[in-house]
Design a protein. Structure first.
Length: 506
């Protein structure tokens, strides 16, 4: 891959957790892979006054234990490219210092006018910072391109997302705005497109004629930890479904793009979101299940319930588990149910998409059932990334007893290939101006439009319960009722791709 143009990267919130845990190590990995520009610099902003040298020490600590640091790569040249400027980003007048500061950095390193702004800040600043940058002319592309990465959540609901989008587009162009969803940077998410569109054995089967249902799971073993105040205003639906999981649905369900370019791929994703069958308020109680983890002993350790976590309302109705059933109304997927579930304090950390194919039209072998006759293609996003195909084989011996067996591929088998972290790919793409793996405004709005009735019903209809589920279990039992056939249930994945079962270790 070729190097991007020379540029200055400005990280708002440059001393925060996201910057130090994800962004800085990702830039360092790109630097070690010779994928950073020939000339670049990084400028971090924050409210606290620290010197460049003090900030560089923080950068060094953030890199401790990283891949490059472990291999003995010299970090001196990389760290020397970091600079720090302190000002209050909520105060319009404070931005007057920034253009001259960036010009000084540009001249020092002979970089030019290309600027990438990364908003690693609370969501209430997503509209403030871009507007103030524009007031200083830092959105003007006369001397070089200007781009801006915005973290999730993009809005709190449809109305707030629409307002934020309108605010951004008053001063910035859509092609300058990169709405990041780190799930789209994962190799296994991108591989969904390759699996579908480069293999003739899959694409002919990828439709309502052969697919029985589609299931997507994203589970976490952790609780909310110290993020109680954030999670109280978010919940599982906003935190995971609106962005990560619906985009997985998009990649699984989209039509073949005319070419592998940003516009073509994102056009097809939007078509999927616009084809989601609306869920009316009176359908929510049947098609959307919410739950909240309660205290339980897991492997000899007591794990407290959500309402006992720090900064959580003792009477909170915020969901830590969400499961949905919905349909996509188009020719490819008409009549095929899609199921999503996500939750905290579940038995294992895993994200995967499962394509359940229809059973054979006639059961030839004794003892065969609907469950036995359904082949499954499992696309594992994390961990133990790879693909698993389940199909029936004869058990050795007399008779024709059938057993499901596995044929699997693990990304770890590609030992000679390094699998980059999601933020590496996304930062590199933004520097190159490739928005394929970033979310377009119409996709964001379509996703919010689909979820808004559920959000409103959960907020206003007190008859819709929040089901409790003990920590370490697969969520409320009521979620099992979403699956239509009595013989079918959710897949219960384990850390190991080829294993499944209800009792995976937490």
């Amino acid at each position: 891959m070729e190097r991007p143009d020379n540029l200055i990267i400005v990280i708002f919130g440059g001393r925060g957790d996201l910057a130090m845990r994800k962004i800085v190590p990702a830039l360092y990995a790109l630097y070690n892979e010779n994928l950073m520009p020939e000339r670049f610099a990084v400028v971090a902003t924050g409210r606290t006054g620290v010197t460049d040298e003090a900030y560089r020490k923080e950068v060094r600590r953030a890199l401790a234990g990283s891949e490059g640091e472990k291999s003995g790569t010299n970090t001196d040249e990389f760290v020397a490219l970091f600079h720090y400027i302190d000002f209050d980003t909520s105060v319009t007048g404070a931005y007057k210092r920034l253009p001259d500061f960036l010009e000084m950095i540009s001249q020092k390193f002979s970089i030019g006018g290309n600027l990438l702004f990364y908003l690693s800040v609370p969501p209430d600043l997503y509209g403030v910072i871009p507007r103030n940058l524009a007031l200083q002319g830092l959105n003007n592309e006369g001397d070089g391109w200007k781009r801006m990465i915005i973290e999730k959540p993009f809005g709190y609901d449809y109305r707030s997302a629409e307002k934020l989008n309108r605010t951004l587009l008053e001063t910035w162009n859509e092609n300058q705005i990169f709405r990041i969803d780190h799930y789209l940077g994962k190799e296994t998410v991108q591989n969904i497109l390759v699996t579908r569109f480069s293999n003739g054995i899959f694409e002919p089967l990828w439709n309502r004629n052969y697919v029985h249902h589609v299931e997507i799971t994203s589970s976490e073993t952790l609780g909310v930890e110290m993020r109680g105040s954030y999670y109280e205003g978010s919940g599982a639906l906003r935190d995971m479904v609106q962005n990560h999981l619906l985009h997985l649905v998009g990649f699984v369900a989209m039509e073949p793009p005319s070419s592998i370019d940003s516009t073509s791929i994102r056009n097809e994703l939007v078509k999927v979101f616009e084809s989601l069958r609306p869920i009316s308020s009176d359908e929510v109680h049947r098609t959307a299940i919410r739950g909240q983890y309660t205290g339980a002993h897991v492997r000899g350790e007591w794990l407290k319930g959500y309402r006992e976590e720090a900064n959580v309302d003792p009477a909170s109705m915020t969901e830590t588990f969400a499961a949905l059933k919905f349909n996509i109304d188009n020719w490819r997927w008409g009549g095929v149910p899609f199921y999503l579930r996500t939750g905290k304090r579940l038995p294992t950390r895993v994200t995967e998409a499962v394509i359940h194919f229809k059973p054979t039209p006639h059961y030839l072998f004794s003892g065969e059932s609907l469950c036995d006759g359904c082949n499954q293609l499992i696309i594992r996003i994390q961990p133990d990334e790879g693909l698993l195909l389940k199909f029936g084989m004869k058990i050795p011996g007399a008779g024709f007893k059938v057993k499901n067996v596995n044929m699997d591929f693990h990304y770890s088998d590609l030992a000679a290939e390094r699998i980059p972290e999601a933020y590496e790919r996304l930062l590199y793409d933004c520097m190159k101006g490739d928005s394929t793996l970033y979310t377009r405004s119409d996709a964001v709005m379509a996703a919010w439009k689909f979820l808004d009735p559920i959000i409103e019903a959960w907020k206003n209809d007190s008859s819709i319960p929040v089901y409790g589920y003990p920590a370490g279990t697969w969520g409320p039992e009521r979620a099992d009722d979403l699956i239509e056939e009595s013989e079918l249930t959710w897949r219960y994945p384990c850390k190991n791709l080829a294993e499944d079962g209800v009792y995976c270790e937490l």
